[in-house]
Write a protein of this length. Sequence first.
Length: 327
Amino acid sequence: MASKWMDLRRIIRTELICALLCLDWLASSTTDSATSSTTEFIGSYTVSKGSEHTCALEQSTGLVTCWGDGTHGQLGQGAFSSSGQPVAVEGLVGAAAVVSAGGYHSCAVELDSGAVKCWGQGQYGQLGHGGKSSRFTALPAVELRAAQDVDAGGSHSCALERSGAVKCWGLGDQGQLGNGIKGSSRYPVSVIGLAGPAAAICSGGLHSCAAEAQTGSVRCWGWSSHGQLGPGTKAMVAPQRQNGAWSTSSSATPLLVEGVSDAVALACGYMHTCALLSDGSTRCWGDGVHEQLQDDWDAWQKTARRHMLLDEAVLTTRWTSPMRSMW
């Protein structure tokens, strides 16, 4: 059972909420609008949807391809150009274990070495190579040990090392790096305040979360404009309107999410978060005005709410052709 959930965490990724709403989409094809040609996807893929681009990991070979907007280099094909057809990412050595498409950048973990490599927009340091330049091929994120997971957020990234340590880098103005400082970093920094090794991570628009390995408890940090950190009203104040605009609160250290335990996978959207529990059920919190939370239209849920139980058919669908989408 432990092995099953470890494998499941690899493929049911940060953007779990889109998978729950789009289970009929099986990553079967992509169409080039310019030529009206269609590329068929045969086999099992992990698909990650960024802001305006998509990346896929072929499960049998570990090959990573991307398509869509590539003007920031986020397709990784060796040019700052877009493509309506999947193009192979350059710079990865051997098979990849994980791929994640963020706002305008992408990251992957190499299967054998555990090396984290990123490509695309780099102006906030979200590639982790120590600079702020954008790159159109995959480059190693520095100062990281072998990783088991990586997740590209809006303009930041987080990695889960094989030891269970969590490190983040890039834009950090809302505390989304989790190192106790509301500031950006070109290098990976350690997330402080977790109770122990993590088993799962996710990066959203301006927040991040981790599930602790021993208890499955979830802690989140960063922007909490719509309750996406979900720690409850004792730790955060509800958003209020000031001069016609919503005031926001944020945390640069992890806060415990009330009502969640036994989490095995996480999904961070732009302003909401979801957790998959070991019994196959889900809990979500944050912005719900577009029915991301599936229960009602309440936009300010501060604690996790229970959702549908994922039956065996759903789990089978997710195993064969999962989709990841942050946006």
